[in-house]
Design a protein around this ligand. Structure first.
Ligand code: ADE
Ligand code: ZN
Length: 349
């Protein structure tokens, strides 16, 4: 058997896109509502008799010119307004899971935002049952292991987060963890310390968006007050050397989303993205799509465009895929089996 180092250096740059597309991977940061393609938004609007303020698919796509996180969230929440029935949530999730399977995603941990739906009178069980049924079918039909993470909307109150948790608890067997998303700046992690403490007692996995647009201080409080196991985005951490040392020492994974960061103007262009610096600092960084229907690509597109722009290597592709399985919340035996497949793929490439 040849060593990995020899295999990696033998892979020429022009074969990198095929390597990136074909390699087994996990996706750990994607919002299922962010997978709603304009075509599906229009189809569901028609099916459900919901009016949307766009004349056509093209008209809607033209609105996807974002200047920051909030300019995206306004359109993202409007898009989600077409979701009413359990079947809508199922159709949305299965469409994403089919794309994930085509991208050689073996494991995906999908965020959902129940408050976006319960605020419109959609029952929690409608949301969770539709998404969960798609996860079950993905395993059976596509061979993709899929799990759900419930996110609290941080622009809403702590009290509303507690109410959402209460509504979700009858379905606790259908999601594996909780997260924190939506407008970051002005809504620091500490606002949700008590909800996360309760979720921790209940045995849920814990993650939070931190350091997307917000400062390194939000990453510190996500770690120390929320006690998260992974940080979603976290790219602002590179501004704080002590934080970088902490993330590396504790092996806290960062779920990085390069095309999201580009489209939301977190970095001026992909060539200046800090994913390479995060890896070089010894962090468990991963590559993910965030809201693929809005940001111009699913996970493979994130890999291919990021590698083309930043000059990352085949060895770094292996590290990123390896990290994605390491950072997942799947059981140890499943992770080992996926990592064996990854190694076999690289050896045979
Ligand atoms: N909800 C969906 N996408 C998000 C992002 N990138 N940041 C915060 N909240 C989100
Ligand atoms: Zn996100």
């Amino acid at each position: 058997m040849t060593s990995h180092a020899q295999n990696f250096s033998a892979i020429p740059a022009d074969r990198l896109p095929a390597l990136l597309r074909g390699m087994p991977k996990a996706e750990l940061h994607m919002h299922i509502e962010g997978s709603l393609e304009p075509e599906l938004i229009f189809a569901l609007a028609q099916r459900n008799g919901v009016a949307i303020p766009y004349a056509s698919v093209e008209d809607l796509r033209r609105a996807y010119a974002f200047t920051n996180l909030q300019s995206f969230l306004d359109i993202y929440y409007a898009g989600a307004s077409v979701l009413l029935k359990e079947q809508d949530f199922y159709d949305m999730a299965l469409a994403y899971l089919q794309r994930a399977a085509a991208d050689n995603v073996l494991r995906t941990e999908m965020f959902f935002d129940p408050q976006t739906h319960t605020a419109r009178g959609v029952a929690m069980e409608t949301v969770v049952n539709g998404l969960h049924r798609a996860c079950v079918d993905a395993q059976a039909q596509l061979g993709v292991s899929a799990a759900l993470i419930l996110c609290f909307l941080r622009h809403l109150s702590e009290e509303e987060a507690f109410e959402t948790l209460e509504q979700a608890l009858p379905h606790r067997d259908k999601f594996i963890g909780v997260g924190l998303d939506s407008s970051e700046v002005g809504h620091p992690p500490e606002k949700f310390a008590r909800v996360f403490a309760r979720c921790r007692e209940l045995g849920f996995h814990l993650v939070a968006h931190a350091g997307e647009e917000g400062p390194p201080a939000y990453v510190w409080t996500a770690l120390d007050l929320l006690k998260v196991e992974r940080v979603d985005h976290g790219v602002q951490s590179s501004k704080d050397a002590a934080l970088m040392r902490r993330l590396a020492a504790d092996r806290i994974p960062l779920t990085v989303c390069p095309l999201s960061n580009l489209k939301l103007c977190v970095f001026p262009d992909l060539a200046q993205h800090n994913i390479g610096a995060l890896l070089d600092a010894g962090l468990v960084a991963t590559v993910n799509s965030d809201d693929p229907a809005y940001f111009g690509g699913y996970v493979n597109e994130n890999f291919v465009q990021t590698f083309a722009a930043t000059g990352l290597t085949a060895a770094q592709a292996y590290a990123l895929a390896q990290n994605s399985f390491t950072a997942s919340f799947a059981d140890a035996a499943a992770k080992r089996a996926w990592q064996d497949r990854l190694q076999g793929f690289f050896e045979g490439f």
